[in-house]
Design a binder for this molecule. Structure first.
Ligand code: ATP
Ligand code: MG
Ligand code: MG
Ligand code: MG
Length: 567
């Protein structure tokens, strides 16, 4: 490929609404363009990298025994009604109607589709195990689409689904996928950790998230310095602090009350280690009853109580409007891995929260937090609940007692043991060895392909631009003749370019009639792992300057050795 022909319009200025590095660099270097909020066009550079990630994913999925299929993106409402998720999926689902007024959605995920597919085709244990995957655009009307490709509304996902006879089979399928994910992210050059994720109602270690550790990550991960223990904070926190709150039978039905006695009773019931609770607000978020408790010491009780008296939030009054009306500000915490309807939320009174720690919990096992510290843990300005720092120095690894460390993670993949949830709801059964109908035992496995691209940049860049891991770089190398008008330099550059192409290197020739400085700047910004420069000086000795983007190391090599050196 010639740089003069490459469609990669670069920008001088960083677009104002780009708030993370990957988004900034991808816009500036001409990888992506924004079409609308959360909707991006992939230009050739990004698309090349995406296709490389996809190729790695495809290879590893196939190696693990999964077969590729392609399902429709548009999904009929009926199958979601059958599974019961049409209602609960909420606002994240993009819904549409056809000319006959039939309802559909744009697939946010495909459990219903795949289960419907196999229930008509798989009916004997002889057809199991089965593992199918696809790679396609997914649609989620995210509450806050942001960070470019990291949280967009249309994104590329690889989703795989396994079908087994029994739990044992599922364990094997799960392990095969887990191992494939380790290989995928290793090959993509990411620094990642598989962490124990929220596993919902099934319990046990039924899900792992693959977290690329990076400051821009939206998830909080704790990991042990000593052993491999790592967990998404939403489960790690209660486990570690031993502050997990057992879910009382049924829903929490307590509503807002300024009565300290009642609140203390709730705190006791929930086993929250609060010395003194001064306020609790309970309300309903999309069907989930959420409790928030603000506590304080004696001196400020008066102020806080005053506030509590003035606010009467009924469980159904969960909208921001309603909360504002009673002088409360609502903030949402969406821990990674939790479905929207399971969102954890807290309600904080602005005056009180200046001085107190806030406690919050949801009617969901192990989804409660204590000691959330406003300002430190979330931004009070726009009430985006940001990072929650939940571990203290005294907390220890539940596996080995080692010291714990907190990190930010980008969820690039997740593996999940579904069990028979969907096969039961959608009646996907097979005849087992004793000839009896039995529900298929399922697993689902997702990789955020487009998010992986962004995660790689978040992890690997400097002030000059992107530093691509070679396996997913749009081009592995760029050949730069210092002066493209100089025929001798151009001809040497072409020789190098041809030799590399022959050797199978994905290489770009920067034949543009730009100044060397411009070319170097662009090369750094775009982030080619290797730059090969041909100048008057190197030409004299029939040499090329090889510069490694990652560490800036440079050396010269003979023209005829270039292919060997680069490969
Ligand atoms: P998150 O917690 O970040 O909202 P999720 O848990 O809802 O992600 P999954 O349902 O597990 O996502 O989907 C599988 C993968 O798809 C995720 O691990 C992630 O890499 C990717 N993904 C999910 N939502 C988005 C999005 N809005 N933009 C880009 N990638 C996404
Ligand atoms: Mg997930
Ligand atoms: Mg998640
Ligand atoms: Mg999500």
């Amino acid at each position: 490929m010639l740089a003069s022909k490459l469609y990669a319009p670069t920008l001088r200025e960083t677009p104002a609404d780009a708030d993370v590095i990957s988004q900034q660099y991808m816009l500036r270097a001409g990888f992506i363009r924004k079409m609308a909020n959360g909707l991006y066009t992939y230009l050739p550079l990004a698309w090349k990298s995406i296709r490389k990630i996809e190729a790695i994913v495809r290879e590893e999925m196939e190696r693990a025994g999964s077969q590729e299929i392609m399902m429709p993106i548009v999904q009929p409402a009926e199958i979601w009604q059958e599974s019961g998720r049409w209602k609960v999926y909420g606002a994240e689902m993009i819904r549409l109607k056809d000319r006959h007024d039939r309802e559909y959605c744009l697939g946010p995920t495909h459990e219903e589709m795949i289960t419907t597919l196999v229930r008509n085709e798989v009916n004997s244990y002889r057809q199991l195990p089965l593992n199918l995957f696809q790679m396609q655009s997914k649609y989620r009307d995210e509450r806050r689409p942001r960070y470019g490709l990291m949280r967009s509304r249309e994104f590329i996902m690889k989703d795989a689904y396994s079908f087994d006879m029994d739990e044992e089979g599922l364990d094997a399928s799960y392990k095969a996928m887990y191992d494939a994910y380790v290989r995928v992210f290793t090959r993509c050059g990411l620094y990642f950790k598989p962490v124990e994720a929220d596993s919902g109602a099934i319990g046990g270690s039924n899900s792992h998230e693959f977290m690329a550790l990076a400051d821009a990550g939206e998830a909080d991960v704790i990991h042990c310095k000593n052993c491999d223990y790592a967990a998404n904070i939403e489960i790690g926190k209660p486990a570690v602090l031993k502050a997990a709150v057992a879910e009382p039978e049924g829903k929490l039905t307590l509503v807002d009350t300024p009565d300290a006695k009642t609140i203390d009773a709730v705190a006791t019931m929930l086993d929250l280690p609060l010395e003194r609770t001064i306020k609790a607000v309970v309300y309903n978020v999309d069907g989930t009853v959420v409790l928030a408790i603000v506590r304080g010491d004696h001196e400020v009780n008066e102020i806080a109580l005053q506030h509590a008296m003035e606010s009467t939030v009924e469980p159904e009054m969960a909208s921001d409007e309603d909360l504002k009306r009673v002088g409360l500000t609502a903030g949402f915490i969406s821990p990674v891995g939790l479905h929207q309807t399971d969102d954890f939320a807290i309600v904080v009174d602005e005056t009180v929260m200046e001085m107190y720690n806030v406690c919050g919990g949801a009617n969901k096992r192990d989804a409660h937090y204590i000691n959330i510290n406003p300002k430190r843990d979330f931004d009070t300005k726009d009430m985006r609940i940001a990072p929650i720092r939940l571990i203290t120095k005294d907390d220890r690894c539940p596996h080995c007692g080692g010291e714990l460390e907190l990190a930010k993670g980008i969820e690039v993949g997740q593996v999940f043991k579904l069990g028979t949830k969907y096969s039961e709801a959608l009646h996907a059964t097979f005849l087992n060895q004793s000839g009896r109908p039995s529900p298929l035992v399922m697993g689902c496995y997702g990789i955020g392909v487009s998010r992986t691209l962004a995660a790689a940049i978040e992890q690997s860049h400097d002030e000059n631009g992107i530093i691509w891991p070679r396996a997913i770089a749009p081009f592995e190398a760029v050949v730069v003749p210092i002066n493209a008008k100089d025929e001798q330099l151009m001809s040497m550059a072409t020789t190098v370019y041809d030799a590399l192409r022959k050797a199978g290197v994905d290489v770009l020739l920067d034949d543009r009639k730009e100044r060397a400085g411009v070319k170097f700047k662009d090369a750094d910004l775009i982030g080619y792992p290797i730059r090969l420069t041909i100048s008057k000086t190197t030409a004299e000795t029939s040499e090329v300057e090889v510069r490694i983007r990652k560490d800036g190391e440079s050396f010269t090599c003979k023209l005829e050795d270039v292919a060997d050196v680069v490969c």
